[in-house]
Design a protein around this ligand. Structure first.
Ligand code: FAD
Length: 471
């Protein structure tokens, strides 16, 4: 005995991994070994939120992790089945007496872990967030439901610095002879190569040094035609980089900023990282948001739920170029800019009056960073049904949003090539081109590119009436 299992779920990293550190400490104190294990749970593929693309990214991350483990005298054991059954068997086979895992707060994960902890020696260790749910509460002990006071209280807590992180261990003693599945060889996604090394590279590129992109984030982050954000979300989603390290890097960037504007930019980025934590806390404290609106008064909006319009939205064929660009990028790559997410989500819920849960589900099926907490929070925020929600009467105008955040139309032209010849002045409203202009620019509306499926002005009025009827 004295051996320990490190049960990997969404913490695919060796750096600053509390569950691994605890397993190693246990093994060291008992003269035992550590068995890193990943369990392929067939139940997950049955979920409506299942994403083949995210799964491939995860498997690629496991292969990278296995290579990193092998360099340290260890290896990953992959088994398939119901986690409770698989882990009970492995504990016995490996003569292990304890099981460590990083705590996860989605309702599914919590129910699973509670079930397993009833019969197995499961110990959960924080690490998904810098401040775990329960650590940031109001003075009366209740959870925050508004972001700004939450973020103030969050910042007042002890903050991580790079020096506090557990470095990746040099050696991990793992016994030979434990059987496991071989992971399939998979095509790697050139846009988002999986693994801890790539995540570290992205963090350095975005937040390291005096000329780092983080110092332009304040202006660039809203521009859909620029690479102005860190693109770390898939890596944070799978724990390929520790949240504590990313937050430490944000504080270090604020500290080292060359001027006040740069410091403000870095602080804006830190705030986005706190939004991530906020939504994890919201889901943990109010698990009902997974199924219904946070706001009780907005649970019965009379959605239209027109299936053809939903399909046009999914396919990027609404006739609103910026919405279509966003949806085509999502389906093609699994990642879209935050501004594009808000525009696409606002169009679905307000212009088409389609239930935000339809969009939430479609995003989960396609996003590489698809996360139950952040995705739900983003959808409820945009639909106006959430905690710290935008008021429901704030309806994004897709033409104005496009003109402001994709001023030359470069983003639209890339994802909607039918519009490649349309000049910037009309790229976000091509239906306003005359018939002769449509011919000249090679894009006849209704033939080469759809006419708008709704009139935004009328749709806005319809949405306000529908929301107004229940609030
Ligand atoms: C409708 C909708 C759905 C969304 N679904 C998801 C999702 O499934 N998974 C996800 O990680 N993010 C989601 N977001 C939030 C946000 O769009 C992405 O986190 C961000 O675009 C990722 O790009 P980045 O890594 O370059 O972010 P950066 O701008 O560099 O931000 C750094 C990190 O902060 C976090 N973050 C940034 N903005 C937010 C935010 N508004 N809410 C929560 N966390 C944030 C992410 O982890 C991100 O990687 C959603 C937003 C909306 C409006």
């Amino acid at each position: 005995m004295g051996n320990s299992l490190w049960w990997i779920r969404r913490d695919l990293r060796l750096t600053d991994n509390g569950a691994l550190a605890a397993a190693l400490a246990h093994a060291a104190s008992q003269g035992g070994t550590v068995i890193p294990v990943f369990v392929i749970d067939p139940g997950l593929a049955a979920s409506p939120y299942w994403s083949e693309r995210r799964w491939t990214f995860l498997l690629g991350g496991l292969q990278t992790l296995d290579a990193d483990l092998r360099r340290r005298g260890s290896r990953l054991i992959v088994r398939r089945g119901r986690p409770g059954v698989v882990l009970a068997r492995l504990l016995a086979e490996a003569k292990a007496d304890i099981l460590y895992a990083e705590a996860d707060y989605s309702p599914y994960a919590r129910a699973r872990d509670a079930r397993i902890a009833r019969s197995l020696p499961l110990h959960l260790v924080d690490g998904l967030t810098v401040q775990p749910p329960g650590a940031v509460l109001k003075v009366d002990g209740s959870p925050y439901t508004v972001f700004t006071p939450f973020s103030k209280a969050w910042k007042a807590r002890p903050q991580p610095a790079e020096a506090d992180l557990w470095p990746a261990p040099d050696r991990i003693p793992t016994p030979d002879g434990l059987a496991g599945e071989t992971l399939p060889a998979l095509p790697l996604d050139a846009g988002f190569p999986p693994g801890e090394g790539e995540a570290q590279r992205r963090l350095r590129a975005f937040a390291g040094g005096p000329d780092a992109a983080v110092y332009a984030y304040g202006d660039a982050r809203n521009r859909m035609d620029l690479d102005g954000t860190s693109s770390l979300s898939p890596y944070l989603r799978m724990g390929m980089i520790p949240a504590r390290q990313v937050v430490a890097a944000a504080w270090a960037a604020i500290e080292a900023a060359p001027d006040q504007g740069a410091a403000r930019s870095a602080e804006t980025w830190l705030n986005e990282l706190i939004w991530r934590e906020f939504y994890v806390h919201i889901l943990a404290h109010f698990p009902h948001v997974r199924r219904t609106a946070f706001r009780e008064g907005l649970r019965d909006i009379p959605w239209r739920n027109d299936r053809d319009e939903f399909e046009a939205w999914c396919a990027g064929r609404t006739g609103y170029p910026v919405v279509d660009a966003a949806m085509r990028q999502l389906v093609a790559t699994g990642w879209i800019h935050n501004r594009a997410r808000m525009i696409a989500a606002s169009f679905l819920t307000k212009d088409l009056l389609i239930d935000w849960r339809w969009g939430e589900c479609f995003f989960m099926q396609h996003l590489l960073d698809g996360d139950p907490a952040a995705n739900n929070g983003g959808w409820q925020w945009t639909a106006g049904t959430g905690t710290d929600a935008a008021p429901y009467f704030r309806v994004f105008n897709p033409v104005l949003q496009g003109a402001k955040f994709d001023p030359e139309g470069a983003y639209v032209r890339h994802w909607v090539p039918e519009l490649a010849g349309v000049p910037a002045a009309r790229i976000h409203a091509p239906w306003m081109l005359t018939a002769a202009e449509q011919q000249r620019y090679g894009c006849v509306i209704g033939r080469d590119y759809p006419a708008p499926i709704v009139d935004h002005g009328l749709a806005r009025q319809r949405a306000l009436a529908a929301y107004g009827a229940v609030s």
